[in-house]
Design a binder for this molecule. Structure first.
Ligand code: UGA
Length: 450
């Protein structure tokens, strides 16, 4: 099939590369000429395992191409995916400027029937707004061309996006148009072989499904984080509780891991946007407000533990803290809403020195921190170093912030002889407290006995 993807961000690029790999002819459009030039030259602007190979292979085979031209992009397609950003507005609602401008650009050029697909996470009612924007442009030039707008939300996880796309657990098709549904079924058939992964529904239910999925997962995390704080007060271990409840098939084992709070470009934004939608419709989802509040508080939990370890905030001045991991989760360089940023600001505020290491997010972290903490970077109070062993040099304690694989099995004996204050703060409950203690280190986890 001939597919155009508008937006070469995370979702657009992964979708485009995967569709191309299944033999479709894909044209990706981005208004950012620099990005398009990079892609044409074989350079991938984001870190996602496997994406590089996939794009290169399909580019060489002529199945994926890149352009900045709407004329070319609209002319090319039987199906047009909208995968542009929907950043949060000041009030938390999703900003639809890019989506609607893409819709108008399509309407201005459409010359034959097409299916337009909302792939970005967009509030309920957006497909109608997109439809209206295209219709207005067609009316303006008195063109009578059939088109349908369907909702096909994506459920990719950063770091596992290719696998999630190639082997989805469900493909949601929200359509009020029979012909468009047929086209979507045909397009996704190769991804749904042997099992019927397609769930068809009306457009608005599909739009709501996407928010409901992320809000449900965020609910589980905030619930576990709040419970972990209670577990500490009760001298219980949240890890045992997690296994105890996760074995109930009605609950299931996933997304029950306590940590430093959820980050990333999706959960925080989507919880906010759904809350705003509910308020706007006079049906406030009070639970969502609580999820946000718990998550914000959770990002500060580790700082409090570190302060207590040293005998209070005032005692933190001049201490050197080693951080392992900066990205909001492993296998990505994405720093959006990363809990590490909150911890870094708190530690710097208290006068600590920081030596931080991340396997891939060093550059991205540097770029972001340059904007807010340039002075600390210049003075060396905040150092972004090149290895995990460099991070612990001259450090008082170690904090595990992101659970990258390479941090899973450290040499605890070496840590015990290197860290001046002999303590590990495990923000992701990755280590066995007994093993850590046996090496002569103090262990602090989340929701575990200290
Ligand atoms: C999330 C969803 O998992 C995807 O299904 C969805 O498509 C995507 O958002 C999106 O809307 O685009 P993502 O943000 O990439 O994916 O990352 P997750 O793996 O879901 O992790 C989100 C955050 O939750 C991370 O900060 C992670 O550390 C945290 N988390 C996750 C926990 O604290 N505990 C858990 O048990 C699981």
């Amino acid at each position: 099939m001939k597919i155009t993807i508008i937006g070469t961000g995370y979702v657009g690029l992964v979708s485009g590369a995967c569709f191309a790999d299944f033999g479709n002819n894909v044209l990706c459009l981005d208004v950012d000429a620099r990005k398009v030039e990079m892609l044409k030259a074989g350079s991938i602007p984001i870190h996602e395992p496997g994406l590089d190979t996939l794009v290169t292979r399909n580019f060489a085979a002529g199945r994926i191409a890149f352009t900045t031209s709407y004329d070319e992009a609209v002319e090319h397609a039987e199906v047009i995916f909208l995968a542009v950003g929907t950043p949060p507005d000041e009030d938390g609602s999703a900003d639809l400027t890019h989506i609607l401008s893409a819709a108008r650009s399509i309407g201005q050029r459409l010359s034959r029937p097409v299916v337009v697909v909302d792939k970005s996470t967009v509030p309920v009612g957006t497909a109608d707004a997109v439809s209206q924007a295209i219709r207005q442009e067609l009316d303006r030039r008195a063109a009578r061309i059939d088109f349908a707008v369907v909702s096909n939300p994506e459920f990719l996880k950063e770091g596992a996006a290719i696998e999630d796309f190639m082997r989805p657990d469900r493909i949601i098709i929200g359509s009020n148009d029979e012909q468009a549904t047929k086209v979507m079924r045909q397009l996704y058939a190769p991804f749904s072989r042997n099992h019927d992964k397609m769930i068809e529904m009306d457009v608005r239910s599909a739009e709501l499904t996407k928010y409901a999925a992320n809000a449900m997962l965020a609910t589980r995390i905030s619930f576990m984080n709040e419970l972990s704080n209670l577990a500490e007060a009760l001298d219980a271990d949240i890890e045992a509780v997690r296994m105890g409840i996760g074995s109930d098939p009605r609950i299931g084992p996933h997304f029950l891991y306590s940590g430093m709070g959820f980050g990333g470009s999706c959960f925080p934004k989507d919880v906010k946007a759904l809350l705003k939608t509910s308020v706007d419709h006079g049906r406030t989802l009070h639970l969502l407000k609580a999820i946000e509040t718990v998550n914000e508080a959770q990002k500060g939990v580790l700082f409090e533990k570190i302060a207590r370890h040293f005998g209070g905030r005032d005692e933190l001045y001049g201490k050197t803290i080693a951080l392992w991991g900066l990205s909001f989760k492993p296998n990505t360089d994405d720093m959006r809403e990363a809990p590490s940023l909150v911890l870094i600001h708190q530690l710097l505020q208290a006068g600590c020195r920081i030596r931080a290491y991340d396997p891939v997010a060093r550059e991205e972290a540097g770029r972001i921190l340059q904007a807010t903490r340039a002075e600390c970077l210049r003075s060396g109070q905040l150092a972004l170093v090149a290895s995990s062993s460099e991070a612990i040099e001259d450090a008082d304690v170690l904090v595990l912030v992101t659970e990258w694989k390479e941090f899973r099995a450290p040499d605890f004996g070496l840590l015990a002889s290197t860290l001046r204050s002999k303590a590990i703060f495990d923000g992701r409950n990755q280590y066995d407290p007994e093993i850590v203690r046996a090496a002569g280190l103090r262990y602090y986890g989340i929701g575990r006995r200290n």
